[in-house]
Write a protein that binds this ligand. Structure first.
Ligand code: GLN
Length: 312
């Protein structure tokens, strides 16, 4: 018996990983102090297909906090629970052209511009089903876990750090309540948002979560339906236009895939009907996106011909 030959996809993924690992640009986020301890050399790259096969290269089992990569998944839960129009009443879908923490609401409606910036994500989390904030967070944690296909948990050290340094997000919360789009206790709404950001995932989890969006809401590994296909269509559209904030245009131009970045260095990208890509590497560019994640996705897209606008 000879040794099993690795699949061509695995070989190319490993080659790409080795090349992108050499890119040492970017800085680890420090505005949430606990994130500043991350090892800048970490780099995991995973690819999950529509039929549930997962390819992994590098640090794909290392846990990190999901941060803003949670936003499209919580948006999916809110859409599923409230319907598109119910969510659109409170959260818009236009790109901001600004950073993730932009202090800007639509002048006429008071809505945050989209659910991928913090203001929109804070309102979105408040729209998930639940009789109180505790139930709402439980639904978010269960939902994220169903997308990942395993039980996820919160990193309490990062959560405490976010809460200590979260005044900018609190300011957004009060603006949102003043505008009439966030109801109830601002501190409790913020507590749900901070906890959502502090959920621990791996690059492998993000790939499976992305593949669940790719597959119209059914997790390809567990077979569980998490949300409906109408919902994933809407989520992917908003990820394509707003997922990387003020980099969304160039991202779509170069990688051609709906995606969402997070400040701990995670990124999910999706090729509809086909696959989810999960990347983790802590050093970020000046707009808050992982440098290696951008490089890896652009290369993957070019080498495997994944750009959505590419003629077949
Ligand atoms: N928890 C972070 C914040 O609200 C998430 C930001 C991000 O990942 N871009 O500041």
């Amino acid at each position: 018996m000879g040794e099993q030959v690795p699949s061509p996809v695995q070989v190319r993924l490993d080659e790409l990983h080795a090349r992108v690992q050499l890119n040492c640009e970017g800085e680890v986020a420090t505005y949430i102090p606990a994130l500043g301890k991350a090892d800048p050399a970490l780099f995991g790259l995973a690819l999950a297909t529509h039929d549930g096969h997962v390819y992994e290269s590098g640090d794909t089992g290392v846990g990190f906090t999901i941060q803003s990569v949670s936003k499209p998944f919580v948006y999916a839960l809110a859409l599923y629970d409230r319907g598109l129009n119910g969510v659109l009443e409170r959260v818009g879908v236009e790109p901001t052209g600004e950073g993730f923490d932009a202090l800007r609401l639509e002048p006429e409606t008071g809505r945050p511009l989209n659910p991928m910036v913090n203001a929109g994500a804070i309102v979105t989390a408040s729209l998930v089903n639940g009789d109180d904030w505790g139930q709402r967070f439980q639904r978010i944690l269960d939902g994220l876990s169903a997308f990942a296909g395993r039980e996820l948990r919160v990193d309490h050290e990062v959560l405490a750090s976010e809460e200590r340094t979260g005044d900018h997000n609190r300011a957004l919360g009060y603006l949102l309540r003043n505008a009439g789009v966030l109801e109830g206790d601002v501190d409790k709404a913020l507590a749900v948002y901070f906890r959502q950001c502090s959920v621990v995932v791996t690059a492998r989890d993000l790939a499976v979560m992305g593949a669940t969006l790719a597959g119209g809401g059914v997790n390809p590994v567990t077979g569980q339906r998490v949300v409906g296909a109408d919902t994933t269509e809407h989520v992917l559209a908003v990820m394509a236009t707003c997922g990387t904030y003020d980099f969304a245009g160039e991202w779509l131009l170069r990688a051609g895939l709906p995606a969402k970045s997070g400040v701990a260095g995670g990124l999910v990208a999706v090729l509809p009907s086909q696959l989810g890509i999960g990347v983790f590497s802590p050093p970020l560019d000046r707009r808050g996106t992982s440098v290696r994640a951008i490089a890896a996705c652009q290369e993957l897209s070019a080498r495997f011909g994944l750009h959505l606008m590419r003629p077949v």
